[in-house]
Structure formats: structure tokens, C-alpha cells
Write a new protein. Structure first.
Length: 224
């Protein structure tokens, strides 16, 4: 509650400053968050901050742009914060380098109410536990442990019914798409890029192994 109160207050101060300087009617303002609640209930969403489930990354997104965004309008598009990179580039009329913003899609059509369908093929999420890919109402989760989970978010927003065994066709479709993104290092058109996220579909990594090794290395260096 305190954070919401403070955020509302600070947003108000920003608006007041823009109005004083005559920029309020010519400024795009976005209010959003970068992750789920930390250690708090996020019902009906499952889990919280740093989780691969919806409670870890589903956030409100509010935008104001007088003369551009219709007041009170809403959108069902699935977007990510990294989309702001491509969005700002389009607003400024700038081309992105081929090796930049490899997972960023401009949401400008959605902001302006000019989108005619999904703005991206699929959405990929990353968390310490693994990866997830969403296309339409379907979401496939691929955990580092090798476990796979499939949910229909329209029918089961709380991700309580794993359909990986009953909808193998849908799970396989999303798995193949995610693997293609991993192979290319991107989910947008362009030259292949190196992945910054180490992920294996077949080999389970012992939790905490890398961290323990680093601590042991530091200890050994300290004893020399």
C-alpha cells in the first residue's frame, strides 16, 4: 500500500512539472512495473517476484499521450517492457541496429488503437527457474529441471491445471517455436544473436552449483 501511495504521489509531481513547463500535452507518460509483488499474495495469479508463473511478471501498464492515445481505451495485446526499445525507435523514426533489441516489438499500433491483430508471434519470459513462451491463451513453461508445464490462461489464469499430458499437440507446437527462438537468439526477424541465457532442455543443473563454486574459489584464493 505504501508503494502505491508513493508512486501515485510521485507521478502527480511529474505531471505538475510537465504542466508548469508546457510539456504535458506533448509527452508520452507510462506507468508500469517490472515484476510481481515481492513476498506478497498476488491472487488470482500464481507466485510472485522472480517467478516464471504469471505472478512473477504480469503487470499493469498505463499510458497517457494527449492527442495520440484515446482516453479510457484498453488493449488485450501481450506486451513486455523490452518492447519500449522498439516503440521509442518507431516514435522517433529511427531504425534499430540489426544486433539490437532482438526481442523488442513496437507497441505503437496498440497505443494508437491501430493494431489489427497480435503484434508479435509469441512472447518469451525468462526467470531463474527457466523459460516460458506464450502464444494466444496458451503458455508453455520449460523449467531447468526438465519439467514442462502447459496452461490455458483464458480458462486457468492461476495456472493450477497442467495440461502438458492432455494437450501434447499444443505443448509440442510451443516447444518447437521456443527452441527456434533459442537457436536464433531472438524472437524477431534479423541475424542470429548469441543467447545471454544458458538453458538446456535435457540436462538438469544442480541448483546453486555455480554460486557454491564461486564461493569456494574465493575461499581458496583467500587461503593462498
Amino acid at each position: 500500500g505504501d508503494w502505491v501511495y508513493q508512486g501515485d504521489h510521485m507521478l502527480g509531481r511529474i505531471m505538475e512539472a510537465l504542466e508548469r513547463n508546457g510539456q504535458a500535452e506533448n509527452t508520452l507518460i507510462i506507468a508500469t512495473g517490472d515484476n510481481g509483488a515481492a513476498g506478497r499474495s498476488y491472487e488470482p495469479l500464481r507466485d510472485n517476484k522472480s517467478s516464471i508463473y504469471e505472478g512473477g511478471h504480469r503487470e499493469p501498464f498505463v499510458a497517457r499521450w494527449p492527442g495520440k492515445i484515446k482516453p479510457g481505451s484498453t488493449s488485450d495485446q501481450v506486451i513486455c517492457l523490452n518492447d519500449l526499445f522498439a516503440t521509442c525507435a518507431e516514435i522517433l523514426g529511427k531504425d534499430l541496429p540489426p544486433d539490437a533489441a532482438e526481442d523488442s516489438v513496437s507497441i505503437l499500433p496498440a497505443l494508437l488503437g491501430k493494431d489489427k491483430g497480435p503484434i508479435r508471434e509469441a512472447t518469451v519470459h525468462q526467470a531463474p527457474a527457466g523459460l516460458a513462451i506464450r502464444q494466444g491463451d496458451w503458455k508453455l513453461i520449460a523449467l531447468r529441471s526438465g519439467t514442462k508445464e502447459l496452461y490455458n490462461l483464458k480458462d486457468d489464469l492461476g495456472e493450477t491445471r497442467n495440461l502438458i499430458d492432455t494437450r501434447k499437440d499444443q505443448g509440442q507446437k510451443l516447444e518447437e517455436l521456443l527452441k527456434s527462438y533459442i537457436a536464433k537468439g531472438r524472437s524477431t526477424p534479423g541475424p542470429a544473436q548469441k543467447n545471454e541465457f544458458d538453458f538446456s532442455w535435457d540436462k538438469e543443473r544442480e541448483p546453486g552449483k555455480k554460486k557454491r563454486k564461486k564461493r569456494e574459489d574465493k575461499k581458496d584464493k583467500g587461503n593462498k
